[in-house]
Design a protein. Structure first.
Length: 397
């Protein structure tokens, strides 16, 4: 019996470590997530499912996924496109992961998460410094995903620094955050960088709003550091030049640019939501809708855009969800953001929650951030670990 229990525990810990360290390589999710579910069932998770369902964040995720499933009823058969909407269901991994965590398994989960993050960070820095390329080719990771993980790491570091009672530890965490932001300045993710800086300023304000001098001191320090990083970053300056070029193309009526493409997608997306506000066009339909509609919409102003970039998503979480399942989906997304923040606030980590949720919200205004295959998993793993950590801390008290 003792041997059987030990083997089961080893399997569970292996599943946790694989889930925390392996999601950076997308193909591993096909193995790690089923293993996580099996481990949860072996651990009696089915009988403790009600514990997870009591959490507002889990309720919000289940609601959103349910609406997406229902949306298939008035959509076309999902036999075309990349079916990127399926990635929303990755949010459900929070349930088995949260139920598996306990005092003995926490070090394994935290160790797997930190080890995976540091390895990916090292690979990204190596590719940037040695090959001069963006992202991580070995992991099939775009520069956007790499920039997004840098931003998430910086926000977590700042959140922990603001809540730390140890001055030396706070200083170390701020140094880590500044280092990550420095690397992020050398990536092409302009909006993700801006979202990171805005989230950090929000965290600093919430922490020092009663001591306005400290807040302005931190704000000034962040601004000076950002200015220095921007001046020393060829990638950042290149992206600024591209913005100027994009604006010039728009003035000529040419939308074949990063900015123009997004504006066109948002225009068509908002038009479609206005046409069917209550139901949307059905789960999986938005991708084809754009290619079809632009042939006649505004006299074919955007009809050549598929040649510039293959239609994938609408570069906005709200428009993407609204086109799938209408107003109900938009309300579910709002509930998700609210529940995510409330999860942190209820465990006295509201500062960290404000930073992470504002980051997700801001990043989701210019990209379909919730279907970045790695970022939601990273943030949910951090959320689950934070919840269990605080629960254990309160139990010790």
């Amino acid at each position: 019996m003792h041997t059987s229990i030990t083997r089961q525990e080893i399997f569970i810990r292996f599943a946790l470590v694989l889930a925390c360290a392996g999601f950076w390589r997308g193909e591993l999710n096909y193995f790690s997530f089923p293993l996580l579910i099996i481990a949860c069932l072996m651990d009696g998770g089915l009988y403790r499912l009600h514990q997870a369902l009591k959490l507002p964040l889990v309720q919000a995720i289940v609601l959103l996924c349910t609406l997406l499933l229902v949306g298939l009823l008035w959509s076309e058969l999902p036999d075309h496109g990349k079916m990127k909407w399926v990635k929303y269901f990755m949010l459900l991994m929070l349930i088995p992961f949260y139920l598996l965590l306990n005092k003995e398994r926490m070090p394994w989960a935290i160790g797997g998460l930190i080890t995976g993050y540091l390895l990916v960070l090292g690979l990204g820095v190596y590719q940037w410094q040695v090959t001069g390329e963006q992202g991580i080719a070995l992991l099939n990771m775009s520069y956007l995903s790499f920039s997004a993980m840098l931003g998430a790491g910086a926000i977590v570091s700042v959140g922990l620094a603001c809540m730390s009672r140890s001055v030396p530890m706070a200083v170390v965490l701020w140094i880590v955050a500044i280092a990550l932001i420095y690397v992020q300045f050398h990536q092409y993710g302009r909006v993700l960088l801006l979202a990171t800086l805005m989230a950090i300023v929000l965290q600093a304000y919430l922490r020092y709003k009663l001591d306005i001098r400290k807040f302005f001191g931190i704000f000034a320090a962040v601004s000076i550091a950002a200015g220095i990083f921007a001046y020393s970053s060829p990638a950042f300056q290149e992206r600024l030049l591209l913005v100027k070029s994009d604006i010039e193309l728009l003035q000529q009526g040419n939308y074949s640019s990063s900015l123009g493409y997004r504006l066109a997608m948002w225009d068509v997306g908002l038009h479609s939501i206005a046409e069917r506000p209550w139901t949307g066009y059905g789960t999986g339909k938005p991708e084809r809708y754009f290619d079809t509609t632009i042939q006649t919409y505004k006299n074919g102003l955007y009809k050549d855009l598929p040649a510039f970039q293959k239609t994938s998503h609408y570069h906005n979480d709200w428009i993407e969800i609204g086109m799938h399942i209408g107003i109900a989906g938009l309300l579910a997304l709002l509930f998700l953001y609210w529940a995510w923040y409330q999860t942190f606030r209820r465990i006295d980590l509201g500062l960290l929650g404000a930073g992470l949720v504002s980051y997700v919200f801001l990043a989701g205004l210019t990209d379909a951030f919730l279907i970045f295959s790695r970022m939601p998993v990273l943030l949910l793993v951090i959320t689950a670990i934070a919840m269990r950590w605080q629960q254990q801390k309160q139990e010790r008290i």
